[in-house]
Write a protein that binds this ligand. Structure first.
Ligand code: ADP
Ligand code: MG
Length: 226
């Protein structure tokens, strides 16, 4: 056993969906432990439940049974307000479809989580500029999402996810909508920031090369991680 701190633990998690009167079991007694500073890749075919799992780990959905604990706090025991605060403080999420705010510039998108966390003033702007420079977008601060390429949008999304210095980054096929070369640039930017800041990462991908950049690889098969 490692003496490192377990930052995230899933125990016997079951999750299913009822569709047209039929129940689909997606996760079937899934267990997972992630250590502080560890990077983990989750691989699995389309439909195997990878996004469902990330949604549960982020507290965006609740398991049918079993429990998920982030830094020792069982998510299903927090009320909605506490859960929102907890998520804002400890989690950074990167989606396949970027989910940037359309009416905000690149800079404003990255400033937003800091403002939500109650920070204000020059330091917020400074920090957002630094993050955008780290993902090599220092020349695109005032561009809006529709004025940016897909790869640029995803790098903004990565800078945004990391801006409040979350301990854990959850990334759901962050290069899934990008061509190979752009995808590699985006993943390079993500790993650089995660490693430089010593964050934990769960990366959902079906690209084995990207998965190999993580400390550990698990496959989602038949509702469990192997
Ligand atoms: P992956 O991300 O691995 O491609 P998902 O987690 O998105 O897989 O989906 C796993 C399975 O659960 C799929 O069969 C999908 O159709 C089903 N599913 C996911 N979300 C819902 C939902 N909200 N309602 C009904 N079925 C869902
Ligand atoms: Mg998915």
């Amino acid at each position: 056993m490692s003496t490192q701190q377990v930052i995230l633990a899933a125990r016997h998690v079951h999750k299913g969906f009822v569709m047209g009167g039929q129940k689909i079991e997606v996760l079937k007694g899934l267990d997972l432990q992630l250590l502080a500073g560890e990077t983990l890749a989750i691989l699995g075919p389309s439909g195997s439940g990878k996004s469902t799992l990330l949604g549960l780990l982020a507290g965006l959905e609740t398991p049918d049974s079993g429990e998920i604990a982030l830094r020792g706090e069982v998510l299903s025991e927090l009320d909605q307000a506490a859960l929102t605060r907890y998520r804002a403080r400890y989690l950074g999420i990167v989606f396949q479809q970027f989910h940037l705010m359309r009416h905000l510039s690149a800079l404003e998108n990255v400033m937003l989580p800091l403002e939500i966390a109650g920070q204000s003033g020059r330091t917020v702007r400074q920090r957002a500029v630094e993050l955008l420079e780290q993902v090599r977008l220092g020349h695109r601060l005032d561009h809006y999402p529709h004025q940016l390429s897909g790869g640029e949008c995803q790098r903004v999304a990565i800078a945004r996810a990391l801006s409040p210095e979350p301990e854990l980054i959850l990334a759901d096929e962050p290069s899934g909508n990008l061509d190979q070369e752009t995808g590699e640039q985006v993943m390079g930017a993500l790993f650089e920031m995660v490693r430089a800041q010593g964050r934990s990462l769960i990366l959902v991908t079906h690209n084995p090369e990207q998965a190999m950049r993580c400390d550990r690889q698990l496959h989602l098969q038949h509702g469990q991680l192997v």
